[in-house]
Design a protein around this ligand. Structure first.
Ligand code: EPU
Length: 426
């Protein structure tokens, strides 16, 4: 097993280039199944989740060519069997997008129940409700979900909860359905807009993505296309918070500043300077961090995927802050790890009360999930002493070249095998 060893205390300086958005890539790659031609996707992050979803498509018969580190060419025209087995699917939540894409293409799909980050119950009732309104029946047997329709016909779908996954899956199933589909109370995340733009570049007719009503006029065919994925909002936010936590000065390049507004606003409230440029932000801090309250919300609210990272920053701010997690039931599992580094945080249900401490102290900790792992890196960089982070496979699911990028900013971070000696003898 590998782990990260981080000697804290270096403030981060320099520039970091943000990769393509994970959560857009894991929706767009399955969406290629709907195409009748070859799709060239650029700005794909080279991360485990992308490799898994690409491998699943390959196993189903798609021809995948890696043009370069961030570009894949996918020819889905040889996919004949709309089945994705447990072996690969179990590692990844977003594999449920195969349901919508295969259903949209073949009017049937059989996909193992998904895995992915564990932070509470992760139902897919809204996905299935949407499929049902489009005319598909579903059943569960042997750990597999089956969906099938004689013919998909557009319909009017009101989502009971704002769900990224349900919005994506319904869009995928509806683009080739007969007639018009309306999704109300749709998710508005940047990756929803990116997926809509990708589908439209294949010839789909999707309007309103980015608002809470998405209208889709079904089309008969979707053609191959060339498309470049948007930059990763959460990766950018993670480096912004890391710069702030270490009292550094970092230019975060290849971002869409509009997507970062909620993060920028909170950093400014905490006495961190954020300067916005056309496609970059500069984050620098010299003064003490001020306390503030944070509540996670669907976009354009503060992203739940930045909640653990901002909590680290608040744990070294002056005063008491309250963090409310309003999206997931159980996203404070990392708090126990952070407490081991000296953070003073109490959790009651979906609310964490954080008493700022002067400094965190390095300790052995675990990455309990992807974003929790990113938070552990930030805590370790800001802490006094050495931190060992285990279960880094969670982090590598979603952050491209994380060690290299932090090291280039001056962080003392290394990936080692658990059996490697981590303490140097004199
Ligand atoms: N929900 C339902 N029923 C459903 C679907 C969702 O009740 O059918 C509930 C969930 O239990 C949750 C809320 O709705 O309380 C939001 O869930 P959503 O469906 O929006 O989440 P998701 O699609 O499973 C995506 C991201 C997550 C991110 C959430 C919220 C991808 C691949 N994953 O998950 O990203 O936390 O949206 O923004 O896009 C991450 O990148 O670290 C990550 C976990």
């Amino acid at each position: 097993m590998e782990k990260f060893v981080i000697h804290g205390g270096n403030s981060l300086h320099g520039e970091v280039h943000i990769s393509g958005a994970k959560n857009a890539a894991v929706a767009i790659i399955p969406a290629v199944i709907l195409s009748d031609g070859v799709c060239r996707i650029e700005n794909i992050p080279n991360i485990m989740d992308v490799n898994i979803i690409a491998t699943i498509l390959h196993e189903m018969g798609a021809k995948i060519t890696r043009v370069n580190k961030s570009t894949l060419e996918i020819d889905p025209t040889h996919i004949k069997n709309p089945v994705a087995t447990y072996e690969l699917v179990r590692h990844m939540r977003a594999s449920c997008y195969l349901l919508g894409a295969l259903l949209g293409k073949f009017s049937r799909a059989e996909v193992a129940l998904p895995g992915g980050c564990d932070f509470g119950v992760r139902p897919i009732d809204q996905h299935l409700k949407g499929f049902g309104i489009l005319g598909a029946e579903h059943s569960v047997a042997g750990g597999m979900i089956n969906v099938k329709a004689d013919k998909l016909v557009g319909g009017h779908i009101y989502l009971d909860v704002v769900s990224v996954g349900a919005t994506v899956n319904i869009m995928l199933a509806a683009v080739k359905a007969e007639g018009k589909t309306i999704i109300e109370n749709a998710a508005k995340e940047p990756h929803i807009v990116d997926l809509a733009n990708f589908l439209n570049s294949m010839g789909a007719d999707v309007r309103g993505a980015g608002t809470d009503v998405i209208k889709i006029n079904g089309v008969k065919h979707l053609n191959g296309t060339t498309y470049s994925i948007i930059p990763d909002q959460i990766e950018a936010g993670t480096y912004m918070v890391a710069a702030a936590a270490t009292g550094g000065d970092v230019i975060v390049r290849n971002v869409i500043t509009k997507h970062l507004e909620s993060i920028t606003a909170k950093l400014r409230e905490m006495n961190v300077q954020v300067d916005e440029y056309e496609d970059s932000v500069r984050v620098h801090r010299t003064g003490t961090l001020h306390r503030c309250n944070v509540k996670t919300m669907p976009h354009p609210g503060f992203p739940t995927d930045m909640q653990p990272q901002i909590a680290v920053l608040l744990s070294i701010a002056n005063g008491t802050s309250i963090v409310t997690e309003a999206v997931w039931d159980n996203r404070f599992r990392y708090v126990e790890e952070l407490r081991r580094m000296g953070a003073e945080i109490s959790v009651d249900g979906k609310i964490a009360v954080i008493e700022g401490v002067k400094e965190l102290i390095g300790a052995p900790v675990k990455a309990t999930d992807l974003r929790a792992g990113a938070a552990m890196i930030i805590a370790a960089l800001a802490a006094k002493g050495t931190t060992y982070i285990e279960d880094i496979q969670h982090i590598e699911r979603g952050y491209e070249d994380v060690v290299e990028k932090f090291a280039a900013l001056g962080a003392d971070i290394k990936r080692v095998y658990s059996n490697d000696p981590v303490v140097q003898t004199a």
